[in-house]
Ligand binder design. Structure first.
Ligand code: GLY
Ligand code: MN
Ligand code: MN
Length: 465
């Protein structure tokens, strides 16, 4: 067993998370009481008797480590007691689904102090309220409390603060969470390698997607962090392309298109990988794609080198733009001085999204404080604003895209058109887009790159050859 698997065979640290959330509430002046959270319910598809694909509620998982639907938890803050409530056995369900986890098995598996049945939630809430002289507060999430849950025994119920506190607490990951993210990355890296291999005989994007998903499932990541993006040729210019059903053969040349961008990650016990790679379909990148790949890789490597606790994310993002500008100037796609191009935000035409986002139980994880109303186009889609704390995990995913819909308005703009050389640009439309995305754990003095998928030009070309 690897040391990673050994760590992951221990319990998910739910109790430590409950304590940190209670501290977060206290720091905002809220003392309590009890924290109450519910798991996702089993739901049926409209007009059908099959269940909706199950996705555990993240706040509930964070304080329980439990993937069971229809469960609940209570954290008694003062007594420091975490109780998991599981559904009572229903004979009808056993006929179809077999015996569920017993309370004793659940106590063995999860980092909780007690396991009871969900029928005992109200009695437990009443006990906590009484033991605090009925003067304490219950915290829950407004839209995630079932009918029949009785908070009246508490002097106050706060339904608006808990969600925000959990989201903020989730930014800093403990070593167990980092291990889960590393595991999701290890599996997804295998998926990326198999996807490249599959491309050699594939005729359609969907065969490449299938190879990725099959590898993830076979290695323990049954769910995807998000729908994979498998974009051949100019489809790579669409940031969240999701059709994944185009032929790899160009109908006019009868040759395979130049390259594929694959942005895909598997989810391991609710923790997400989010990895992007680009590779050639004919063994070697075209000279133009190679030039763009080199710039994007330089953007990524230099930005990663800047990372450590306290770095201002906006500075890293702006630095990526500086490298893009220098590279595009050198290729002759841009004209003018680096500072002028930066100030006029011309590089946004080629790199229109943010450099990255927090990663955890959600692909676009909580706590980033983006400002989508920002009038500065360079920062509008930056999903993380401010300084990065040690323990956070963030994606670094610069890209350069040749998307007519985005670039043409710049070419038509009387003030900006002088900065773009349309004749040179003409040779690059076929590149589509190149993005390279890794998942980085921020530490006190630097960083730890969790992503192991092949990335250098040589590695990628030799894998694709
Ligand atoms: N896969 C979505 C993203 O990179 O943000
Ligand atoms: Mn991402
Ligand atoms: Mn991605």
């Amino acid at each position: 067993m690897t040391s990673l698997d050994a760590l992951l065979s221990t319990k998910y640290p739910a109790k430590a998370h409950a304590r940190r959330v209670a501290e977060g509430l206290k720091a905002l002046g809220h003392s309590g009481g009890a924290i109450y959270l519910e798991a996702q319910k089993t739901r049926l598809i409209e007009d059908n008797d099959e269940p909706v694909p199950f996705r555990q509620r993240r706040p509930f998982f964070y304080l329980s480590g439990c993937l069971l639907p229809d469960s609940a938890l209570i954290y008694n803050i003062k007594a420091d007691q975490l109780t998991l409530f599981i559904p009572p056995i229903s004979p009808d369900d056993v006929i179809w689904s077999g015996l569920p986890l017993s309370a004793a098995e659940a106590l063995e598996r999860y980092d909780v102090d007690n396991v009871r049945e969900t029928t005992e939630v109200n009695a437990t809430l009443a006990d906590i309220a009484t033991s605090n002289g009925n003067k304490s507060v219950a915290f829950a999430i407004a839209e995630q409390v079932s009918k029949g849950i009785k908070f009246e025994v508490f002097s106050e119920t706060k339904l608006e603060v808990l969600k925000g506190v959990i989201e903020k607490t989730r930014v800093v990951k403990d070593s167990y969470e980092v291990a889960l993210l590393r595991k999701a990355n290890d599996i997804s890296a295998k998926g990326h390698v198999e996807a490249v291999k599959a491309s050699k005989t594939a005729t359609n994007e969907r065969e490449i997607e299938a190879a990725f998903i099959a590898t993830c499932i076979a290695n323990g990541a049954r769910e995807m962090s998000y729908h994979p993006i498998v974009a051949c040729g100019t489809n790579g210019a669409t940031l969240h392309y999701g059709k994944n059903d185009e032929n790899l053969i160009d109908p006019t040349t009868q040759r395979k298109k130049d390259n594929v961008l694959i942005d895909a990650g598997g989810e391991y016990r609710t923790y997400c990988a989010d990895i992007t790679r680009a590779f050639p379909l004919n063994g070697k990148f075209t000279p133009e794609t190679r030039q763009i790949y080199e710039i994007v890789l330089q953007m990524q490597l230099e930005c990663i080198e800047m990372l450590k606790e306290g770095v201002q994310w906006e500075d890293v993002h702006a630095y990526a733009h500086r490298i893009a500008i220098k590279g595009l100037l050198k290729l002759g796609i841009l004209r003018g001085s680096e500072d002028e191009l930066f100030d006029k935000r011309v590089s946004v035409a080629f790199f229109p999204h943010g450099l990255g986002h927090y990663l955890g139980m959600d692909t676009h994880d909580t706590g980033g404080n983006p400002n989508y109303e920002d009038t500065d186009t360079m920062f509008r889609y930056l999903r993380v604003r401010g300084r990065l704390p040690a323990g956070s995990v963030i994606t670094v995913e610069p890209g350069i895209y040749f998307c007519r819909f985005i670039i043409e308005p710049y070419i038509k703009n009387p003030e900006l058109q002088k900065y773009i050389d349309v004749d040179t640009l003409e040779r690059y439309w076929a590149v589509g887009g190149i993005r390279i995305e890794d998942n980085i754990h921020i530490t006190k003095n630097g960083y730890d790159n969790l992503t192991t998928a092949p990335k250098t030009l040589e590695e990628v070309e030799s894998l694709a050859a």
